[in-house]
Design a protein around this ligand. Structure first.
Ligand SMILES: [Zn+2]
Length: 422
């Protein structure tokens, strides 16, 4: 039961204060009532003119009813906004719709401020923490996030994407995978699909329509072959860019193989104060590190390897030289890569002969990445963000939830606190 606890004179002043605190545009507070836990604020629109959510105004009222919206708490009180809402028989959209309200989105049961706050919080903390702070349930927070993401996904966000990156992202402790597509120009996630098969990526490309696909100029990806097929089938004109990081990783793996072979052959290297095992451990570190970062001990080890085991030293130089592919002027990259492939082929080091063949096969993709300056590092950072979302929510039992959260946090959805807009 509602009880008015204010006398007539104070009533008017209290209403003005509440009106100010709410800050709803074009709205007047008529009455404020208290229950044990909630403050119920009766409001009404100042204007008699009906505004349809489509923007068209009308005087043709269809019917009216009273409705309540949950608002952000004031102190320890829940705040409920109550108002009469009219339906308008709109000529613009040809339907009967509830009128536009300044404090809530069409169809919402919470005020705009409440919804914005819930989504702002959900971006930064677990849904249960956000719910506790707002005095609601996590299911409500979840529902509000879903509504916001839904609106966002309906918009024409795919109309202006030209350069995209695709990658697989693990969830459920690495047992399952998602395919994530991001826009290089905005840094946003534009698609998340279940599984890491090429048809998942293919489905996304299909959804772009003919014009959308024609606009795609470049697709960056790692060196695994999963998504390459879909790209060549659906956007054959687009430049496939193979991630530099993975090229360097391959070189590192080839060097590791050469190192193992060298160690097994019993070559002796020594550093004062270190056991042979420790020396080899250090040697491995030295080989992996870029030359410029070596301390004197590591420089000495590399020098010993040069004298005692020219082959491993040669392998190290090949790896270093491949790194330089990403530092030479772009116009020299093709020559640099061609020369590198020839040298690696002639090196007689099995791991590098194999790598040379591999790089020759992927030559175009590697050079595209250099010319267009695209890598998959955007996807790597999104991946890190997705791991954070999963940690925060203790593993996400529900896949739809996870996908929603990825769109909320990485899809370019802006969320702001009510206090930021005033
Ligand atoms: Zn309308």
């Amino acid at each position: 039961m509602l009880k008015t606890v204010v006398s007539e004179g104070i009533h008017v002043r209290a209403a003005a204060v509440i009106n100010r605190l709410l800050g709803f545009e074009g709205t007047v507070v008529d009455d404020v009532c208290f229950t044990d836990t909630a403050m119920v604020v009766q409001v009404r629109l100042r204007s008699q003119v009906l505004v349809c959510p489509c923007g068209r105004t009308s005087r043709a009222r269809y019917d009216r009813s009273r409705r309540k919206w949950r608002h952000v708490d004031f102190g320890r009180y829940r705040v409920v906004i109550e108002a009469e809402i009219r339906r308008v028989d709109c000529r613009g959209c040809g339907q009967v719709r509830s009128e536009w309200m300044p404090w809530a989105r069409p169809g919402a049961r919470h005020t705009r401020d409440f919804e914005d706050m819930a989504c702002w919080l959900a971006k930064r903390m677990s849904k249960s923490a956000a719910a506790a702070l707002l005095g609601t349930t996590w299911q409500t927070v979840d529902h509000l996030v879903a509504r916001l993401v839904d609106t966002h996904l309906d918009s024409e966000r795919l109309d202006a994407i030209y350069r995209i990156g695709v990658d697989e992202i693990a969830y459920r402790r690495g047992r399952k995978f998602l395919t994530v597509v991001a826009d290089h120009d905005t840094g946003r996630v534009v698609f998340v699909g279940e599984g890491r098969r090429q048809d998942v990526f293919g489905r996304f490309l299909e959804s772009l329509g003919e014009d959308g696909r024609a606009r795609i100029e470049a697709v960056s990806m790692d060196m695994t072959a999963i998504y390459r097929g879909a790209a060549t089938t659906h956007v054959p004109h687009a430049a496939i860019c193979l991630d530099p990081f993975h090229v360097i990783k391959w070189a590192g793996e080839a060097l590791d193989l050469a190192y193992q072979t060298c160690r097994e052959q019993g070559v002796k290297i020594a550093v004062a104060g270190l056991t042979p095992a420790q020396t080899w451990q250090k040697a491995r570190g030295a080989l992996r590190q870029p030359a410029g970062q070596h301390d004197p001990t590591r420089t000495a080890i590399i020098e010993q390897l040069r004298r005692k085991h020219p082959r491993i030293h040669h392998a190290w130089r090949l790896k270093e030289d491949l790194r330089r592919l990403y530092q030479v002027p772009t116009s020299d990259a093709a020559d640099h890569l061609r020369r590198w492939i020839n040298r690696a082929k002639r090196s007689g080091i099995n791991a590098f002969v194999t790598l040379a063949r591999r790089l020759r096969r992927h030559r175009t993709g590697i050079l595209n990445a250099i010319h267009l300056q695209l890598s998959n590092s955007l996807l790597e950072s999104i991946n890190a963000g997705i791991r954070l979302i999963q940690r925060r929510s203790h593993g996400y039992a529900d896949l739809d939830n996870l996908i929603e959260m990825i769109h909320l946090c990485h899809g370019g959805i802006t969320t702001s606190l009510p206090t930021e807009t005033h």
